[in-house]
Design a protein around this ligand. Sequence first.
Ligand SMILES: *[C@@H]1O[C@H](CO)[C@@H](O)[C@H](O)[C@H]1NC(C)=O
Ligand SMILES: *[C@@H]1O[C@H](CO)[C@@H](O)[C@H](O)[C@H]1NC(C)=O
Ligand SMILES: *[C@@H]1O[C@H](CO)[C@@H](O)[C@H](O)[C@H]1NC(C)=O
Ligand SMILES: *[C@@H]1O[C@H](CO)[C@@H](O)[C@H](O)[C@H]1NC(C)=O
Ligand SMILES: *[C@@H]1O[C@H](CO)[C@@H](O)[C@H](O)[C@H]1NC(C)=O
Length: 620
Amino acid sequence: MQILASALLAAAMAAQAVIASPIRARSPYAVKETHFAPREWTKLDRANGAKLVQLQIGLKQGNMDGLLEHLNEVSDPDHARYGAHLSADEIDELVRPSKETCDQVEQWLSEAGVGGHSYNTAKDWITVNLPLEFVEKLLDTEYHDYKHEDGAIISRTTHWSLPRHLHSHIDVIQPTTSFFRGAAHAATYVKTIDEVHDEVAKLSLAAASYGEPSDVSKVCNVSSVTPECFATLYKTKGYKTKAEYKNSIGFANYLEEVPIRPDTEQFLKKYRPEAVSSAKTFTTFSINGGPLNDGPLSLGSAANGSSHEANLDVQAIAGISWKTPIVSYSTGGRPPFIPDLTVVENDSEPYLVWVNWLLQQRSIPKIISTSYGEPEQTVPRSYAERVCKQFAAVGARGTTLFFSSGDSGLGGTNKCYTNDGKNTYKFLPAFPASCPYVTTVGATMNFEPEESAYRAARNVSGVFRDLYSSGSGFSNYFKQPAWQETAANAYVKSIGDLYKGLYNPAGRGYPDLAAQGLYFAYVWNGTEGTISGTSASTPLTAGIFALVNDALLASGKSSLGYLNPWLYKKGYKGLTDITKGSSHGCNVEGFPVTKGWDPITGFGTSIFPELVKLAGAKVW
Ligand SMILES: *[C@@H]1O[C@H](CO)[C@@H](O)[C@H](O)[C@H]1NC(C)=O
Ligand SMILES: *[C@@H]1O[C@H](CO)[C@@H](O)[C@H](O)[C@H]1NC(C)=O
Ligand SMILES: *[C@@H]1O[C@H](CO)[C@@H](O)[C@H](O)[C@H]1NC(C)=O
Ligand SMILES: *[C@@H]1O[C@H](CO)[C@@H](O)[C@H](O)[C@H]1NC(C)=O
Ligand SMILES: *[C@@H]1O[C@H](CO)[C@@H](O)[C@H](O)[C@H]1NC(C)=O
């Protein structure tokens, strides 16, 4: 998906030539997609038509059903083909659009005067840089600027059209109707050590211990949880990696975040000294103009609080999964952007840009952790579905994608209203957490027993607000996958009429599992502090499963790949069930955490040696 300067120029020139007359097509235009702007966004003036946008056109894939069939077979532990993952070329072959699709779309673009566009290797995505006013003609629409509550401005439309004969050949075009914030699931809940002490004292969180101290109580301190605690609690302690040369673990950064090496080094020196070389050796990729930074946090980035998330990710991963090689991806392009005529607007679609780039690579990590997400309803359905399918393709390659479930429980305080123009009070599931092809991680706190993570506060006027609650929900876009039927239906049945009508009991429920997510010790800008969120539980879980993969690869077996079918059939037996807490959010107490699967902690937290056994690796 390279965008060549000459292509850009050619497209811009072609655009100029055509701009005066409306685009004539072989069939009349009809609306292809409509999507309401979320309530946090206010419509402003018409967008500046001279601005260049990077348009991504997703063609209907040739044999996606075939790909999903392969995926189900190679991910089902009871199937003969379990573990027989597909190569990048095999996947390209399956998703390549039909000749008719390619011809029809090419003809439309060529008649419209669009040149210089490029394809990915599977030929199911076209990328082209065009002035916005040309896009408006191409899609028979008008773009406006929209301002988010927090001041960010993006140019979007609420509907766009295509010639009728292309409706069945094009699935999605962006940026058009997506209203993303691309929020990291941490960062907002950063504390100095002193603040945490005050809080822990106030809320009497620290568990009282009676009798002989347990191994866990000796190393786990609620005020500041460390790699030593995780290794003891989840029983990875003493495991020595054996397959580093064929294994790796990646994590994805957005919003100009980049993991800071000196901070990572400081962290590892203190908390996992044997792993300190990881701080120098993790590899970094810049995608779509994402940042690359080898040194300390710049003053500017420190001032705007950048890279909390990236630092947390690399430190959580290195702390648990050493010596597994670590790969960091920083993808550029996001809202908010400051409108500027001279640069291509990279406020594009970060997940899409990243996953399409990833699928182009012939060799990718076996585990990838992502701690970003947004309310599902801010993402147009066609886009969510297409991105989710791209994630399925990653799974078919033998890679497990972990995503965080979010930090606002059922959807935050005073925020839970629909986006369909009716403003109905409803729970707000998160995307990509709601995609069935990713494994979604919730957060716990406390020890012996762990419970779902939750923090609330009153401000000085005494007004109560949820600060942080492990993300929870049921998708409105993705239906309940077969592997989840037994677990999710049992839960829905157990709560009876509770919150009936506020959530979709027939949707994909999440998270799938959980891990600690409160007051992680970490280093940022040379300073020790703590940070919380499902942003913490997700890289931690990813790191534990990287070690499970290590044991598998060392036993001559395949990596876990798309995890959920295995997790719901077998793997759950290697997790500690969490039974305390509730989801909170949307101004209610929320779903209760129960025995068995629940949509707050999933099946619970990892017991590493059990997971290794269940995965079928030689026991170490
Ligand atoms: C927990 O950690 C804090 C901060 O590192 C420390 O001050 C406190 O004494 C610890 N508590 C226990 C019980 O070790
Ligand atoms: C936007 O993306 C393009 C294409 O990858 C890149 O060349 C450019 O530097 C990016 N621009 C900004 C402002 O990040
Ligand atoms: C923070 O500052 C850096 C350096 O000035 C800049 O590149 C980055 O875009 C800023 N990030 C945010 C989130 O504003
Ligand atoms: C980051 O560290 C620098 C150098 O120690 C310091 O001057 C600056 O105040 C720090 N910034 C923040 C926001 O902590
Ligand atoms: C407390 O929160 C309420 C509701 O958000 C707000 O109206 C009020 O101004 C807040 N009080 C202070 C002192 O921040």
